[in-house]
Ligand binder design. Structure first.
Ligand SMILES: C[S@@+](CC[C@H](N)C(=O)[O-])C[C@H]1O[C@@H](n2cnc3c(N)ncnc32)[C@H](O)[C@@H]1O
Length: 272
């Protein structure tokens, strides 16, 4: 079978994921496979893997990594796969965080946010925290992979517990679980293979935002930032939560034009 024919077969099995599959499996750009009339190698293996993806196994767990903000982030079962949507929050943080500041990546997962930010901004330091021990050890691994570990502290930490155990930080960035309980049952099959507790944000999806805002408020100086990834339909909820705490709130859209990031800022009430 030629590569071009194999490409068509891959496409018929996994549709929109075919291009990413080509990058991961063949280590080539999709066009190099799609238009190549040479005899293909490893066809059986490629089709076998595509069948697993078609049956709901996330590709990033099969290959063990995902691309995020130009980095190849190591992925493991039991830790949420980085999403390109989350690059919006990183992009804003890269432009916003004050020089030399220490940011807390709360609910760090693979550590993709912290790794991308530390890589892009050599002046920053990080505190990375997650309740899942596997996530925290994976965060360390990803930071080590890019020589960033010396600029970061990591902690197994429950956001609903006492925040005073965390090392000092100036700014917060977080992509917390934010899907409403009722919506969890209707997620696509491949997303259901990812950890439930990484996705579910409680009945109204806002449990983590409420907790992080009140806890971080005690720790942050005036005019520092809390940068949240949010669900496409949560902008008004975040505006309301911010207003209740006398914080300002700006909403930013992702590349698909969905509301995706809320940046909250203190207006004089926070501790110095
Ligand atoms: C949506 S994932 C985000 C992971 C990563 N920041 C990213 O953007 O890919 C949310 C993370 O919150 C963590 N988490 C869930 N409950 C938590 C809690 N009570 N305290 C701290 N982290 C928690 C999960 O383990 C998961 O890694």
């Amino acid at each position: 079978m030629t590569y071009s024919r194999l490409y068509r077969q891959i496409k018929s099995l996994i549709g929109g994921e075919a291009n990413e599959f080509c990058r991961c499996f063949f280590k080539k750009e999709p066009a190099e496979i799609r238009f190549c009339e040479d005899e293909a190698e490893n066809t059986e293996e490629a089709i076998r893997l595509c069948e697993r993806i078609r049956d709901g196994e996330p590709m990033q767990y099969i290959f063990g990594y995902a691309y995020f903000y130009g980095l190849e982030i190591i992925c493991r079962q039991n830790v949420l796969i980085p999403r390109s949507d989350t690059e919006t929050a990183v992009e804003i943080a890269v432009k916003t965080l004050p020089p030399g500041s220490v940011f807390a990546d709360i609910c760090c997962g693979t550590g993709c946010i912290a790794a991308a930010l530390l890589y892009a901004r050599p002046d920053l330091k990080a505190v990375c925290a997650d309740i899942n021990e596997d996530a925290v050890s994976l965060t360390r691994k990803n930071l080590e992979k890019y020589g960033l570990a010396e600029r970061a502290k990591t902690a197994v930490f429950d956001v609903f517990s006492d925040w005073s155990v965390l090392p000092r930080f100036d700014e917060v960035i977080s992509n917390p679980p934010y899907i409403k309980t009722i919506d969890m049952a209707s997620l696509p099959d491949n997303v259901k293979r990812e950890p439930y507790e990484a996705l579910c944000g409680g009945e109204d999806g806002l449990d983590f935002y409420k907790r992080i805002i009140t806890a971080a408020k005690e720790r942050l100086a005036e005019k520092t930032h809390i940068i949240f990834e949010i669900g496409y339909d949560e902008a008004n909820d975040l505006r309301r939560l911010a207003e209740n705490e006398s914080l300002s709130c700006e909403i930013y859209k992702d590349v698909s034009d969905n509301d995706r990031v809320a940046v909250l800022k203190g207006s004089g009430l926070w501790k110095n």
